[in-house]
Design a binder for this molecule. Structure first.
Ligand code: GUN
Ligand code: ZN
Length: 431
């Protein structure tokens, strides 16, 4: 059996940081060793030549090894939508997104985009993502087939939408249910695949479709649920017109039994006091999508208020409303959103969100999101000096928290030296 030791500086969270000075929240090894066997981490500690005997040692010094980055919300079918000019969400959806998603009904398109999508994830150090596919079941097959080929832990599902979109993108309450059920049978729990029941949002689902979603959740409690919540003023107003009985936007999903610890609510920007409390009580996850929220002018996520209320929080790119596949770019924009709200979002808290925090959001913290014995060996190797201007700035940096802040402020795919997926090098093997 081959044993591999990755030698590098090692950084991983143990707990959620209480702020920039919380050195107890993480483990940092100046000359560390991550030992991998059969795709799993079996030991982490200071590097010792005696322990290395008989192992293959890969020396990544002076780079930093961290857990692979996790993206809690994106649309892989929108890879060719990024950077489309529009005033706001609903115009953007109709002018570009719904047009592009129709192409996933064409033979071969989903497989081609899935290949490019996974290449980009790996280039950027993202080892797990939660994805919306298109309405077409073939787009889900292409997604999980490509993920399996690369042995990546991925969450995804077929978007369900039965109104307020072009005819070619609509399913019905019944066909959406049948297709999702067949896809769950085909993919849920196969290898590293996890299925997400994905009614797009209240505007594009009739009450009958949300009822069908409720039935799926009851039948398949092991699956995730993902949808969009309170992203944009016009979206909120229209949702309330369509569901006049609901207490508020979250109340729509609540009325159909769609909240819980496996529910991921993209955006969650404009929430009332009641909505924040119901999210906290149900354990539903608010997913912060900073590049998208700024790009579409949707609003400023209220991290501090939701955190204080006890809402579980994750962070994501929201490709293609989001403007970068890079979680480093995403953390940078997240910091700026907090700045505009006069809130403190320290680099420790940002990197926590992108690793252990998002893993906890998925309830998969026993498998991913940290570097510890027993975890899957999904790792990213970051070089804070790979970009020339960053190398210059690194000369004045002291301490790992400052270095993380520089990585999120100036870093991108160039900062990602290597990515390990279940112990196998993936980035340097890209074509
Ligand atoms: N709300 C419903 N669908 C979408 C989508 O594709 N992107 C974003 N940003 N918001 C949505
Ligand atoms: Zn989205």
């Amino acid at each position: 059996m081959t044993r591999t030791i990755l030698r590098a500086r090692v950084f991983t969270f143990i707990e959620e940081p209480q702020g920039i000075d919380d050195t107890a929240s993480y483990r940092y090894l100046e000359d560390g060793a991550v030992t991998i066997e059969n795709g799993k981490i079996i030991a982490v500690g200071d590097y010792s030549p005696a322990d290395a005997a008989g192992a293959e040692v890969i020396d990544h010094r002076p780079s930093l090894i961290m857990p692979g980055l996790i993206d809690l919300h994106l649309h892989y079918v929108q890879m060719q939508v990024i950077g489309s000019y529009a005033p706001a969400l609903l115009d953007w959806l109709h002018a570009y997104t719904f047009v592009e998603e129709q192409k996933f009904g064409q033979q071969g398109h989903a497989a081609a985009i899935a290949t490019s999508f996974f290449d980009e994830l790996i280039r950027n150090g993202t080892t797990t993502a939660v994805a919306y596919c298109s309405v077409h079941p073939e787009s889900v097959d292409a997604f999980f087939t490509e993920a399996a080929r690369r042995n990546m832990l991925m969450v995804g599902g077929k978007v369900m939408m039965d109104r307020n979109a072009p005819e070619a993108l609509l399913d019905t309450a019944q066909t959406g249910y049948d297709d999702a059920k067949a896809l769950i049978a085909r993919w849920q729990g196969k290898g590293r695949a996890h299925y997400a029941i994905s009614p797009r949002f209240a505007i594009t689902s009739t009450p009958a479709q949300l009822e069908a979603s409720r039935a799926l959740v009851a039948e398949f409690p092991e699956c995730y649920v993902q949808t969009h919540l309170s992203e944009n003023d016009a979206e909120i107003a229209y949702s309330m017109e369509l569901y006049p009985e609901a207490k508020d936007y979250l109340g729509i999903y609540e009325d159909y039994g769609l909240l819980g610890r496996k529910t991921l609510l993209g955006h969650s920007i404009h929430l009332s006091h009641r909505e924040a409390h119901v999210m906290a009580e149900t354990g539903s996850v608010a997913v912060f999508c900073p590049t998208s929220n700024l790009f579409l002018g949707s609003g400023l996520f209220d991290y501090e208020r939701l955190h204080k209320t006890g809402v579980r929080i994750g962070i994501a790119t929201d490709i293609g409303g989001g403007t970068s596949v890079s979680m480093l770019r995403t953390l940078d924009e997240g910091f700026k959103v907090a700045q505009l709200r006069k809130q403190q979002l320290s680099p420790l808290n940002s990197f926590y969100l992108a690793t252990l925090g998002n893993a906890r959001g998925l309830g998969l913290e026993d498998r991913i999101g940290s570097i510890a014995p027993g975890r899957d060996a999904d790792l990213v190797v970051l070089d804070s000096s790979a970009i020339s201007h960053m190398a210059l700035r690194m000369q004045t940096i002291s301490g790992v928290a400052q270095e993380l802040f520089l990585l999120q402020t100036m870093g991108d795919d160039r900062s990602v030296r290597e990515v390990y997926i279940a112990g196998e090098a993936a980035k340097t093997r890209l074509a």
